[in-house]
Design a protein around this ligand. Structure first.
Ligand SMILES: Cc1ncc(COP(=O)(O)O)c(C=O)c1O
Length: 379
């Protein structure tokens, strides 16, 4: 029997309660029964995003909410600053370019975090900057960005928005939108929300809604004003992904039941055990100073191809993790501990990595990583 395991930084495993919630008959989205569910979902999303404002929901992958944020808050020719520290930072630049935004990058070496001072200086030097785009966790490198500090800086500029991609971060690690003065936070369903891919979310501050009023870029499906009007009536402009919304309602119930503080503590513990296990077998982390709690990016030992590690794990051990992308391809593997994950998933993941590295000829004491992870969990 080939039992499959998933420890990728998205999509992530979906719990049975959520699978069951999505398996029921399709209800109609213009019916009271759906509106009741959406009302509950709206409250749950506000709890998750830690905001008093509405959280918009779209039937798309997370990138849809990223694109929608650009087209709903900015105007052609606007200047923006993008923190580029990996593949998803580059995505902000790509979207800005596609819509005629004049985007300038703050380049951050992959695996490193950004210096908030660089953002402060850029805003000081160019008063025309309308937005700062950043990731909370840069999934391609596993690095965490100092969003709280960046929020404190950007909030001093009434003419600039702070847009945070929380897709692989929200619901795993702290990102209190209102408290940290974040103007837009976007997310996707297939990460900490423990859902299949297919839903994107965007929450906007009052300041961001003012930008929406003035935005002239073309938009149709991703029309934030239209969706805001609809969601306050427990509706959506177009046919929603009904099954995923039913799953979302269940996911948000589970998140509330566990509590955000406990969820963050669980992810921190899983991350601590994974990092300690990898170090115990002599491996170095790709983002040693700023590792996110949702995933751990690990440098493969010299002479071993990281892609091969990922392939053996998938084909022989039936465990899916992620490899490196672009400049990190072949150099790293990324072990996620995101969403529906507990200590024994980490122990299994570490064991599978150890077996694979041994097969590839890496010299270390087999079992040392697993032992270390177990010790962290027993603390
Ligand atoms: C940080 C980050 N941003 C954006 C995306 C893109 O999301 P999607 O693939 O759902 O469009 C991802 C997905 O992996 C991500 O991790």
């Amino acid at each position: 029997m080939d039992k499959e395991y998933l420890l990728a930084p998205g999509p992530t495993p979906v719990p049975p309660e959520i699978l069951l919630a999505m398996a029921g008959p399709i209800i109609h989205h213009r019916a009271p029964v759906y509106e009741q569910i959406l009302e509950e979902v709206r409250e749950g999303l506000k709890y998750l995003f830690q905001t008093k404002n509405e959280v918009l929901i779209f039937a798309s992958s997370g990138t849809g909410a990223m694109e929608g944020t650009v087209t709903n808050t900015l105007c052609a020719g606007d200047k923006a600053l993008v923190v580029e520290g990996g593949k998803f930072g580059e995505r902000w630049t790509g979207i800005c370019k596609a819509f005629g935004i004049n985007a300038r990058a703050i380049s951050v070496p992959w695996g490193r975090s950004v210096d908030p001072g660089a953002i402060a200086r850029a805003l000081e030097q160019d008063p025309e900057l309308k937005a700062v785009f950043v990731q909370a966790t840069e999934t391609s490198t596993g690095a965490l960005f100092p969003i709280r500090e960046i929020g404190a800086i950007v909030s001093r500029y009434p003419g600039a928005l702070l847009v945070v991609d929380g897709i692989s971060h929200l619901g795993a690690q702290e990102l209190p939108m209102d408290e940290w003065k974040l103007d837009v936070v976007v997310c996707g369903s297939q990460k900490a929300l423990m859902l299949p891919p297919g839903l994107a979310f965007a929450a906007l501050s009052d300041k961001a809604w003012d930008f929406v009023e003035k935005s002239t870029l073309p938009k149709y499906y991703f029309n934030f004003k239209k969706e805001l009007k609809n969601i306050t009536k427990n509706q959506s402009a177009y046919t929603p992904a009904i099954s995923l919304i039913l799953g979302l309602a269940q996911s948000l119930r589970m998140i509330r039941r566990e509590g955000l503080e406990n969820i963050f503590a669980r992810h921190a513990r899983l991350a601590r055990a994974t990092r300690a296990a990898m170090k115990a077998i002599g491996l170095a982390l790709y983002a040693p100073e700023a590792g996110a709690n949702s995933m751990t990016a690990v440098l493969t030992p010299s002479g071993i191809d990281g892609q091969k590690v990922v392939k053996i794990l998938r084909d022989k051990h039936h465990l899916t993790i992620a490899g490196g992308q672009d400049q990190a391809k072949g150099k790293i593997f990324r072990l996620a501990h995101l969403g529906y994950v507990n200590p024994f998933d980490v122990i299994m993941g570490v064991a599978a990595v150890e077996m694979t590295l041994k097969e590839l000829g890496y010299d270390f004491e087999l079992g040392k990583g697993v032992k270390t992870a177990m010790e962290v969990f027993m603390e």
